[in-house]
Write a protein of this length. Structure first.
Lengths: 98, 89
């Protein structure tokens, strides 16, 4: 019951764990979405061979790269807009999705 | 993930393991659905024809290899992003 005593501005154990969990969750959620999009876009529904062919491999690599770029662009734009509106956004989190 | 003591680390670890299990199950059912949708469209027989089965096997192989590759690239990009540089290409 430490919260009854010291009015310390420190995070409780539960809060710290929750924060770490949220961080991991954001990354893994992003990976899941990327994974679904890129698989759908790069792997055609004919399965002639069990391996990724050259085209599919290159497509997947580029898809990941572009997904990150879009992520960054959207985050920059949203931050820019937020800054224009109020400038109140003190906590500049370096990009959504981490 | 810094600033956690040993007990907190363990708690987090436990939650991550549960989450991983859940994620694995989700991945599995997504894979079943995708390969079923892509490979099985003919219902004139009751069980899988050899062509369909072959398709499913290749589908699973390909999907798993794709996921692995995506994971590697994701990791690389994520590290690059954390260190603040975006690799332009």
């Amino acid at each position: 019951m430490s919260f009854l005593f010291g009015g310390r501005p420190q995070l409780s154990s539960a809060e710290k764990i929750a924060a770490a969990e949220t961080e991991v969750e954001m990354v893994s959620d992003m990976f899941n979405r990327l994974s679904q999009s890129c698989t759908a876009k790069c792997i055609p529904p004919e399965y002639r061979e069990p391996d990724l062919n050259k085209g599919e491999s290159v497509c997947l690599d580029r898809c990941v790269s572009k997904f990150f770029e879009v992520n960054l662009k959207v985050s920059e734009k949203m931050q820019g807009e937020a800054a224009q509106k109020g400038g109140a956004g003190g906590g500049g989190m370096g990009g959504f999705g981490m | 993930m810094d600033g956690l003591n040993a007990q907190e680390q363990r708690e987090l670890q436990g939650r991550m393991e549960k989450k991983q299990m859940k994620e694995f199950m989700t991945m599995y059912s997504r894979l079943v659905q995708r390969c079923f949708d892509d490979c099985v469209n003919d219902f004139t027989t009751k069980s899988l024809q050899s062509k369909e089965e072959g398709c499913v096997m290749k589908c699973v192989d390909k999907y798993l290899k794709g996921s692995e590759r995506l994971g590697q690239r994701f990791q690389e990009q994520n590290v690059a992003m954390q260190s603040g540089q975006l690799p332009g290409r």
